[in-house]
Design a protein around this ligand. Structure first.
Ligand code: ATP
Ligand code: MG
Length: 871
């Protein structure tokens, strides 16, 4: 059975059980401060489990792109070493939101595996939560046990502890006991030796967990306590690649048709064979796995970068590059060449891979190029560290610097050291690493208290499209303390005019007024689990009173101008550059807007002008704002609205139209494009391979821009004695300046020549040496030129020239090479000693050296003293 069929059968099965099939959510998280990446199928439904909103369908099923490389679920270091953990994998899942519970979940899972997929019943084991006697003191899951006992023999039911049989998404949030299904794919002979039951949850590569059925019934609070969820839910997750391994009768996920095309391509590119030796195999698995994680993330809009989620992606890719470099002998980019194969095998289920193939390839290739050159530089640096090391152990702090400043991986460092017979001071490295981690943790740590709920079951409504003011009530609040200092409060209201950061647009600011006139400032607004959270620095005295909430109108209006202009800019770019232009990110602030888009070359001056003209024509065209709220997504797409990759859309959407520009958008906009007043691009540049960025301003910011430029022009005119034509006046000044420069140069030359003749006439012959020590009025460069010029005329010259400039003293000593060798004189030593008189130091070569010091009054002493060296 092909992997395509495995996926299709799963979804068909649950469709048959009245589940609604939904698309995978993006792999990169947007509205959840606790998670960077989707790490389980349930993430996108968290709000339903928490009861923040109600799902329209009580039964849902899908396949979800997951990434487990950070936070509570982090498999990164295992990946490649074993045969059944991936960074990116698909999780097949079925959910019940307050609908069916354990009975159906267990029976259907069994039916699907044994009746539909026809997995041998005798190879399956199931586990049940045994209870815990820790602080949670939970009971054994008797209900699940009894349900399983009706289906499988008791000796195949395994009692599991909290680590394996109590599922939690993170430190806080929905959780509950679970039943796992494990499969034993060992050979008959192996099975005869040891029972499968004894290998369950023992990290055996052929007795693996394939499905986890979680029975959500608790919420873990910030203080660690569990509370019952208002309703009980089912959340299941089955590893798609592991299921394919079982159904295709192979012993490793990497031997399924999900991975073999990638592995064949790696073999072709590198000339290495998979399955011959362990080190090569690990490297090939790492590369074939990591390209998936990276490609899916880029397709969902997360480019590699230096911070946050982008940094995680960069590190995954670098791990792949490094394994290739070390074990597959690749020192040129090659991973990008896998993107095409990936698109061919997975593009049907995930079209974003095919549609963005070119972009992904470019970005990966550029990352490979830059990291390979880092590796090369690192090798050189490491070499010099080795050379300067006095014993056979390399300082941990040095290795840390290589790692921290140059991104040179520590395992590569130890590998190279090992090959050369050196050792790494691992303890010193760990210490330096820990110190750095402690520093950054201390800077970013925040602790959140539990929500204090004032109004149970209150509906929450956003009314900020239509009004900027409303009387609201506090539904709940919590206190947040950051180690960096300062408390903050998170406030949730029953209704709010405040727009929460999203779709690239910043959150609203504003204030609350209490009935007795107190004012509380709202400094930001963000979304969390589909709730609108307002940030403030204090709390109203009476938390249950009526509050008048007012949005900062000026900021909102400027932001709206920039948001509407962003749509027009998007339209302009597709019109002028072509439809390959796709939005790759945007930031809509009150002061400016930023728009990232796919395009392969720098925009010419003409293109930029055309884009500006296009947008301004639509501003002058006074196009009205036309919006449709809550229309079916299909209808919106039929009207020509464009969906963005990496965005999660519901069944119904909002469209925003200005003339021919129509977008799916939740942001706030002006009522008419005329409100924008004017659009001006202020910069254009590259952000990554194939991605350009435009920054632009509108409305008041343009006025300020012109006002500033105008004022500058006035100032310039003023400085030019009110010249009628300032450009002409500046050109005149430039010409005059260059003539004067030439004259000054000539004068200086003449002066130097005069000085040279003067100095030559003052030379004194002492003991066969042409000697002079003198203070001159020249800078360091001038002195050097002069000394060398006179030096060219004598073979027995000894000059000490001194100068004073800006309160500092300078000594320059020139000694003919002949004198250096005959008399053993050394200008370097001499200036160092004379430097004491001017309170400074210096050095150089035996025939020419300089010293600088901060005591010009010592110059004369030095000039007098120098005679001693030749007499
Ligand atoms: P394991 O103990 O094998 O790491 P898990 O307990 O972390 O698995 P769950 O969090 O319950 O797994 O996820 C549900 C299912 O997703 C698992 O039964 C497994 O089939 C699959 N799965 C989990 N992690 C990975 C991974 N890193 N790569 C591939 N499949 C995975
Ligand atoms: Mg795990």
């Amino acid at each position: 059975m092909t992997s395509q069929e495995v996926r299709a059968q799963f979804l068909d099965f649950f469709k048959g059980k009245k589940h609604k099939i939904v698309p995978s959510a993006p792999i990169v998280m947007k509205d959840d401060p606790t998670l960077m990446f989707t790490n389980a199928g349930m993430n996108q439904f968290k709000e339903f489990f928490l009861g923040n909103s109600i799902s329209k369908s009580k039964r849902i099923s899908d396949t979800q792109k997951c990434l487990r490389v950070s936070g509570k679920h982090n498999d990164l270091e295992e990946v490649g070493k074993d045969t059944y953990h991936h960074t990116m994998f698909e999780m097949l899942g079925n959910w019940s939101f307050g609908d069916y519970f354990k009975k159906e979940a267990i029976q259907w899972a069994w039916e699907l595996l044994t009746d539909v997929y026809k997995i041998d019943k005798d190879s399956l084991y199931v586990s049940v939560f045994e209870g815990s006697d820790d602080a949670d003191s939970l009971k054994m899951d008797k209900e699940a046990f009894d349900l399983w006992k009706a289906i499988v023999p008791e000796d195949r039911i395994i009692m599991g502890n909290k680590k394996d049989n109590f599922w939690e998404m993170g430190d806080q949030g929905p959780c509950g006991p679970c039943s796992e299904i494990h499969v034993d794919i060992r050979s008959k002979e192996e099975k005869a030796k040891v029972t499968g039951a004894s290998l369950v949850n023992q990290d055996h590569p052929q007795v693996v967990e394939i499905w986890n059925l979680v029975f959500m019934q608790y919420n873990r609070k910030a203080n660690g306590q569990l509370e019952n969820l208002p309703e009980k839910h089912v959340d299941t997750g089955m590893g798609f690649e592991r299921l394919c391994m079982v159904l295709q009768g192979v012993k490793s996920n990497y031997d399924t048709d999900v991975f073999t095309p990638l592995i064949r391509e790696i073999e072709t590119i590198t000339g290495r064979k998979y399955g011959k030796d362990e080190e090569t195999d690990i490297a090939i698995r790492v590369v074939s796995d990591h390209i998936r994680a990276v490609a899916f993330s880029i397709a969902d809009g997360q480019l590699p970068s230096n911070t946050g989620a982008g940094y995680v992606i960069r590190r995954i890719l670098r791990r792949g590059i490094r394994y290739g470099f070390t074990f597959l002998g690749t020192n040129k980019p090659f991973i990008y060449r896998l993107v095409k194969v990936l698109g061919e095998t997975m593009g049907k289920a995930f079209p974003e891979l095919r549609e963005q193939y070119q972009l992904i390839e470019n970005v990966v290739k550029e990352e490979e190029n830059s990291f390979l050159s880092t590796l090369e530089q690192g090798l050189v640096l490491l070499d010099s560290v080795i050379k300067s090391s006095k014993n056979k152990t390399i300082d941990g702090q040095k290795a840390f610097e290589l790692y921290d400043t140059f991104g040179f991986p520590i395992d590569l460092t130890s590998l190279i050291l090992e090959e050369k017979g050196y050792k790494l001071d691992v303890e010193g490295f760990e210490k330096a690493l820990k110190a750095q981690k402690d520093r950054s943790r201390a800077a970013s740590e925040v602790s959140k208290e539990d929500w204090v709920v004032l109004l149970e079951d209150a509906e929450q409504e956003f009314i900020g499209y239509d009004t900027l003011e409303a009387n609201v009530k506090l539904v709940k609040y919590r206190k947040v303390t950051s180690k960096k200092g300062g408390d903050q409060y998170h406030l949730v209201f029953n209704l709010t005019p405040f727009y929460a950061e999203g779709g690239g647009q910043v959150g609203d600011k504003g204030y609350l007024e209490t009935t007795n006139g107190d004012v509380i400032y709202i400094i930001d607004t963000k979304k969390e689990n589909n709730e609108i959270v307002h940030f403030s620095e204090n709390l109203p005295k009476d938390v249950s009173g009526i509050l008048k909430a007012t949005v900062d109108k000026k900021q909102r209006w400027r932001t709206a101008s920039n948001h509407t202009a962003t749509h027009l800019l998007h339209q302009a770019l597709r019109e002028i550059l072509g439809t390959h232009v796709e939005q790759k990110g945007s930031a809509v602030h009150s002061k400016y807007l930023r728009f990232d888009f796919s395009h392969f070359s720098k925009l010419s001056v003409e293109e930029l002008r055309d884009v500006e003209n296009f947008v301004n024509a639509r501003i002058e065209g006074q196009l009205p704002f036309e919006e449709s709220r809550n229309i079916p997504i299909k209808e919106a797409m039929d009207q020509g609205a464009m969906a963005l990759f990496g965005e999660k859309y519901g069944d119904t959407v909002r469209t925003v139209r200005f003339g021919q520009s129509i977008e799916l958008c939740g942001g706030t906009h002006v009522k008419n494009t005329a409100d924008i007043w004017h659009f001006k691009i202020v910069s254009e540049g590259a952000v990554a391979a194939g991605i350009r960025r435009i920054e632009a301003i509108t409305s008041d910011a343009v006025k300020e821009f012109y006002f500033k430029n105008n004022r500058m022009l006035f100032e310039i005119k003023d400085l030019l004695n009110n010249a009628q034509d300032p450009v002409k006046a500046v050109v005149g000044l430039q010409e005059e300046n260059s003539t004067l420069k030439k004259q000054v140069e000539q004068l200086l030359k003449d002066k130097a020549k005069g000085l040279k003749n003067e100095l030559i006439s003052e030379l004194n012959e002492i003991n066969g040496v042409q000697f002079l020590s003198k203070k001159v009025d020249l800078d360091a460069g001038g002195i050097k030129d002069l000394a060398f010029e006179i030096g060219g005329q004598y073979s027995n010259l000894f000059l000490l020239l001194a100068a004073e400039k800006d309160g500092k003293a300078l000594l320059s000593c020139y000694i003919s090479k002949e004198l250096v060798s005959e008399k053993g004189l050394n200008a370097g030593t001499i200036v160092r000693e004379l430097g004491k008189h001017i309170q400074g130091g210096g050095g150089g070569q035996p025939f020419f050296a300089t010293a600088g010091g901060k005591n010009p009054s010592g110059i004369q002493e030095a000039l007098d003293k120098v005679k001693e060296y030749i007499s």
